[in-house]
Design a protein around this ligand. Structure first.
Ligand code: ASP
Ligand code: MG
Length: 412
């Protein structure tokens, strides 16, 4: 007998019909003899609706009240699911996050979980009940409602699985699992049987939006195996787990891309100590996340610096850099929002050489110009013009033979 945490996302509980379908899946897990805890999101579109309503009333609503509002979507689904389970003859109980003491810090709309009281849940399970818990929400030490950031139900589920020492956390969603790349770009993208936490973190933060990044960090820290799978089929999905030897045999596990960045270059700044601090200080004060940074070697005491920021922060970052550029005596500032970052990811890169040069070769054959390069132990990323994104992804997917079918090429 196992303890299983099942999480169902918004599209899985998007209508009362779908909630009944979820109830059936929950029951079939229970009928295998397992203890089942279910975590649900709000019905798809509901959280957006609530956010929009607050926006219609005030430009920047009180953060506390925002959380009181947006956390209501999940309260609807826990109740509906419990009602469905009762109707199917099961003993089940729903809980909001405060009822099972999911305690967070007070950072409204992006709170972090500090502790979960697992006693009550264990008691219900031991008495044979299915426990349904609201995702996305928490409460701080003073009892104020909080939320964990958009997509936060994934993190609720993994945290609950960690607290209960569950055997697995099943994340049910509207795709079959995690793929070698975006199947809408490569039709032969293959569903991965397994992926390491670190690879998933790179895939998630680079735009493969299956799991909230924070949930993977949590799973890695507490070693919770995650099974990403579809609500709408019986197929096994992708296991996200701790890395092992067999994963290192494969050099590349997947190709990710991110169209959501823009690049900024500051031209000919004096190459003296303190320049980077003066340039990036105001950007970080404005809460803008800088991703890649490249500084050129300088021969005549001047250097160019190029870096990327989220596209949404591009204008703000440009004006900050222009201001800093004037103060620093730079020759100019150039910006380009039409770029994207394409990355090759794999824990096997730690033991396989030559991955970066294969990437460069592949791009060179296709005439794709590389604008920036950065690497880590398990990743090679290139910034290219955004019009090349799809081509770049396909070329790399083929180069590293990640597809499940050979793309047939005529050889004569
Ligand atoms: N309902 C929340 C959202 O839409 C949390 C979640 O779905 O995970 O962001
Ligand atoms: Mg989600």
């Amino acid at each position: 007998m196992a303890l299983v945490v099942q999480k169902f996302g918004g599209t899985s509980v998007g209508s009362t019909e779908k909630i009944k379908n979820v109830a059936r899946r929950v029951i079939s897990e229970k009928e295998k003899g397992n203890d089942v805890v279910v975590v649900v999101s709000a019905m798809s579109g509901e959280t957006n609706k609530l956010v929009a309503m607050a926006g219609e009333i005030a430009e920047s609503p009180s953060e506390r009240e925002y959380d009181v509002l947006v956390s209501t979507g999940e309260q609807v689904t826990i109740a509906l699911l419990a009602i469905a389970l009762h109707d199917m003859g099961q003993s089940a109980v729903s809980y909001t996050a405060s009822q099972v003491k999911i305690t967070t810090d007070s950072a409204h709309s992006k709170a972090r979980i500090k502790s979960i009281d697992s006693e009550k849940i264990h008691k219900d399970l031991s008495e044979g009940r299915i426990v349904v818990v609201a995702g996305f929400q928490g409460a701080d030490e003073d009892g104020n409602l909080t939320t964990l950031g958009r997509g936060g139900s994934d993190t609720s589920a993994v945290a609950i699985a960690a607290a209960l020492k569950a055997d697995v956390c099943d994340i049910y969603t509207d795709v079959e699992g995690v793929y070698t790349t975006d199947p809408t770009i490569c039709e032969n993208a293959r569903k991965l049987d397994r992926i390491a936490y670190d690879e998933m973190l790179e895939m998630a933060s680079l735009g493969a939006k299956v799991l909230q990044t924070r949930s993977v960090e949590f799973a890695k820290k507490y070693n919770v195996p995650i099974h990403v799978r579809s609500t709408f089929s019986e197929n096994t999905g992708t296991m996200v787990t701790r890395e092992d030897k067999s994963m290192e045999e494969v050099a590349v596990s997947g190709i990710a891309y991110n169209k959501d960045e823009a690049k900024i270059t500051i031209i000919r700044v004096p190459d003296t100590p303190g320049i980077a601090a003066k340039l990036f200080g105001p950007i970080s004060d404005a809460n803008i996340n800088v991703d890649m940074i490249i500084q050129n070697v300088s021969e005549d005491g001047h250097t160019d610096m190029t870096f990327t920021v989220p596209k949404g922060d591009f204008k703000k970052a440009m004006s900050l850099v222009e201001k800093a550029g004037e103060e620093l005596g730079a020759k100019g500032v150039a910006g380009d929002p039409n770029i994207s970052k394409v990355s090759v990811i794999g824990v096997g890169m730690r033991s396989h050489a030559g991955i970066a040069s294969s990437v460069f070769d592949a791009f060179s054959k296709e005439g794709i110009n590389i604008l920036m390069i950065s690497t880590s132990e398990i990743k090679v990323s290139c910034v290219v013009k955004s019009k090349y994104t799809e081509l770049a992804v396909r070329v790399l997917h083929d180069t590293f033979k990640l597809g499940d079918r050979e793309v047939k090429e005529e050889t004569w």
